[in-house]
Design a protein around this ligand. Structure first.
Ligand SMILES: NC(=O)c1ccc[n+]([C@@H]2O[C@H](COP(=O)([O-])OP(=O)(O)OC[C@H]3O[C@@H](n4cnc5c(N)ncnc54)[C@H](O)[C@@H]3O)[C@@H](O)[C@H]2O)c1
Length: 428
């Protein structure tokens, strides 16, 4: 579309030579990757001003191919990955297979990790710190897989340098910082998105549509849980700014507010069950962030939900989640009940029973099309094709505010009202 638009403009301006070069070489400008204002989020005047400024600096790129639906996409997105630890072993295989991605560099303060990842995936460059990478590398999407505590500062540097960002959770270290980053990205004509990608699963879509169609009647209550015995490799999970809420509860919070709508207020209790831990990178450490949490949420109009998460849950399914055939997300209403089988980050199906089918059935069995580590690839596809992903930054920011409110509720013993919201229902 953009290419056709550009050619039309050039034709109108009587730029015959330029049109002919574009048509013959099958090469198109893509302004969408640098200017993707959210619908209704900025004025037309601002959009046009940003478009013209940024269009001056856009790159030429060859037509890259066709999406699954047959639509043409115009280029591969140049991607840099920062943080080459545990989770990069899941992201890099997925990114390296994406037709929308060109991996251009890796970065890690433990530079041997960046070097090994680059060598393994044939990535041409690697760096020991973000400043060197931003100064030297040409890319448009930063995939941030570092320790939680440095997400905010690294994401800010990337946005300031005009890069789009996909960030592992949390996308910032406080809700206020997240909001600042969101606005800064908008000002700079780029975007930021944050994990998790749970809303992308077909099981999430089915559950959302079931609720929205009224099949459950009036939804009253929901529950979700996720826990294991905690990561053993890095201390940051247990240090200030870490914790089981941003690492594990975040999936359930994203699912429940994605399904039931923005949360109006939160009451919570958090604690530390295991006071010291032994981890690979720092030996024995004192645990500072909560490793046990119960969060109650009021979604308005009387609907409540509850999340329990922690790093002290005996879990025979391990970190892979294989074999978890029991529900971890349950939603009940006046006309039906619905249970997501497996984890919301690794769903196997949805059990639904209603007044019209009391025995119920299992729907949307896993086809392997959705995997939790696909978030950055989904964003690259969205940037390449100009389509809006279901993953949504305001939703991730809302989840961040819920986590902060849960901690405030624990500290004060009070019910905490939230300010943020997001566009809901998410599947419309
Ligand atoms: N490991 C998992 O299974 C998993 C799953 C989902 C999400 N996550 C999320 O992914 C993120 C990373 O987790 P992980 O388990 O991979 O941790 P990790 O400790 O294995 O890896 C983090 C890497 O980031 C690097 N790093 C830290 N600060 C940096 C900086 N300023 N610049 C460049 N590199 C820096 C570290 O050296 C390390 O190699 C966290 O937000 C975590 O919540 C992890």
């Amino acid at each position: 579309m953009l290419a056709i638009f550009l050619i039309t403009c050039l034709q109108k301006a009587n730029c015959k030579k330029e049109v002919s070069i574009l048509q013959q070489q099958n090469i198109f400008y893509n302004i969408k990757t640098v200017v993707m204002p959210e619908k209704n989020s900025i004025s037309r005047k601002t959009f046009l001003a940003q478009s013209s400024t940024l269009a001056a600096g856009v790159m030429l790129a060859p037509l890259a191919g066709f999406t699954a639906s047959g639509a043409a996409f115009e280029k591969k997105i140049k991607v840099a990955v920062i943080g080459c630890g545990s989770v990069s072993n899941m992201y890099l295989p997925h990114l390296s297979k994406s037709p929308f991605v060109e991996l251009v560099c890796t970065c890690d303060i433990k530079v041997d990790r960046a070097q090994k990842a680059a060598a393994k995936y044939n990535i041409p460059a690697h760096y020991a710190n973000i400043n060197d990478m931003l100064a030297a590398a040409d890319f448009s999407l930063l995939v941030n897989l570092t320790n939680m505590q440095v997400h905010g500062s690294l994401n800010r540097l990337a946005i300031q340098a005009g890069k789009n960002v996909w960030s592992e959770k949390p996308m910032a270290n406080t809700y206020k910082e997240g909001q600042e980053l969101f606005l800064l990205a908008r000002k700079n004509g780029v975007r930021i998105w944050g994990a998790p990608a749970v809303v992308n699963s077909p099981q999430f879509a089915f559950m959302a549509q079931t609720i929205n169609s009224g099949k459950l009647g009036k939804v009253a209550a929901a529950h979700a849980h996720y826990g294991h015995l905690g990561p053993t490799w890095s201390a940051f999970f247990y240090e200030k700014g870490g914790g089981s809420l941003p690492d594990l509860g975040v999936y359930n919070l994203a699912s429940l507010c994605g399904l039931l709508g923005p949360v109006k207020s939160v009451m919570a209790m958090t604690s530390i069950i295991t006071k010291t831990r032994t981890v690979d990178d720092k030996g024995t450490i004192s645990v500072e962030a909560e490793d046990n949490a119960m969060v109650m949420m009021d979604h308005g109009s009387g609907t409540f939900s509850h999340v329990m998460c922690g790093f002290n849950y005996f879990d025979p399914y391990g970190h892979e989640g294989n074999g978890q055939e029991k529900p971890t997300v349950s939603i009940v209403g006046t006309k039906g009940s619905m249970h997501l089988i497996g984890y919301d980050w690794k769903p196997f199906g949805v059990d639904l029973a209603t007044i019209d089918d009391e025995k119920g059935k299992r729907y949307v069995p896993d086809t392997g099309a959705y995997v939790w580590e696909m978030g950055a690839s989904v964003i690259a596809e969205s940037l390449a094709t100009g389509t809006e992903p279901r993953i949504n930054a305001e939703h991730a920011l809302h989840v961040l505010e819920i986590i902060e409110a849960a901690r405030e509720s624990q500290a004060t013993g009070k019910r905490i009202n939230l300010q943020s919201t997001f566009k809901w229902p998410m599947t419309l």
